[in-house]
Design a protein around this ligand. Structure first.
Ligand code: TYD
Length: 206
């Protein structure tokens, strides 16, 4: 039996990681095997690419280089981790996936449709069954992280206008894919968010 693929998306500081853990517990409590992963990263090659992408000293990085590095990390992740796990009937829960590229590189960097094209080669049809979009005003999100500027990665250091474009992008994607993307008000209390997500997962399992 084919497994399931769930991704969690949203601006930096939207509380994705907490919900990724909750989703893992949801499936494990039902006796299903869960593979947790994240992007960029998820494989040895992907984590190395991640360290290049997020290096705040590499300020000269061209947006297209950035988009291709995210896609390269994703291609390895899909081939080595995601596709095999789904094939084996496991549940893959991923902290960020292709929607992050469409929002950050497509909308944020203004690369538009090129991002979808590049990523179609990386994803090879392995799209999430369900994507939770943690909706929070990007300004609030960035403040929640409370990292000093020196500790922020290359993407977090971007100006607020960039983060606003990214967020608008996520909202566009939610509109374009209402069957796959479930928007969650990330300003709600943690247990309320968890309940909303669990209700949706119950629905998915039928
Ligand atoms: P993130 O999950 O926020 O890592 P951390 O929680 O350690 O900060 O991801 C790192 C950054 O990469 C984040 O700012 C979003 C960005 N990103 C893209 O721009 N495009 C992508 O395709 C992905 C997966 C992430």
């Amino acid at each position: 039996m084919r497994g399931l693929f769930i991704s969690v998306e949203g601006p930096d500081g939207s509380g994705k990681s907490t919900q990724v853990e909750n989703i893992k517990k949801f499936f494990e409590d039902r006796g299903m095997e869960v593979v947790l992963s994240r992007e960029p990263g998820g494989t040895v090659i992907g984590e190395r690419i991640r360290s290049i992408i997020l290096d705040k000293d590499l300020k000269e990085m061209d947006p297209m280089t950035e988009a291709m590095l995210y896609a390269a990390s994703r291609a390895q992740h899909v081939a080595q981790v995601i596709a095999p796990a789904i094939e084996e009937g496991k549940v893959v829960v991923c902290d960020r996936f292709v929607d992050s590229s469409l929002a950050y590189q497509g909308f944020g960097r203004g690369l538009g449709d090129a991002v979808a094209v590049i990523n179609s080669y990386a994803v090879k049809g392995n799209m999430p069954d369900l994507t939770f979009l943690m909706k929070i005003d990007p300004e609030t999100g960035i403040h929640r992280i409370e990292r000093s500027r020196a500790e922020q990665d290359r993407l977090e250091q971007e100006k607020m206008a960039f983060h606003r474009r990214v967020y608008e992008g996520f909202l566009e994607l939610e509109k374009e894919h209402p069957d796959r993307i479930v928007g969650i008000d990330a300003s709600l209390p943690m247990d309320r968010i968890r309940d909303l997500i669990f209700a949706k997962l119950e629905e998915l399992l039928g």
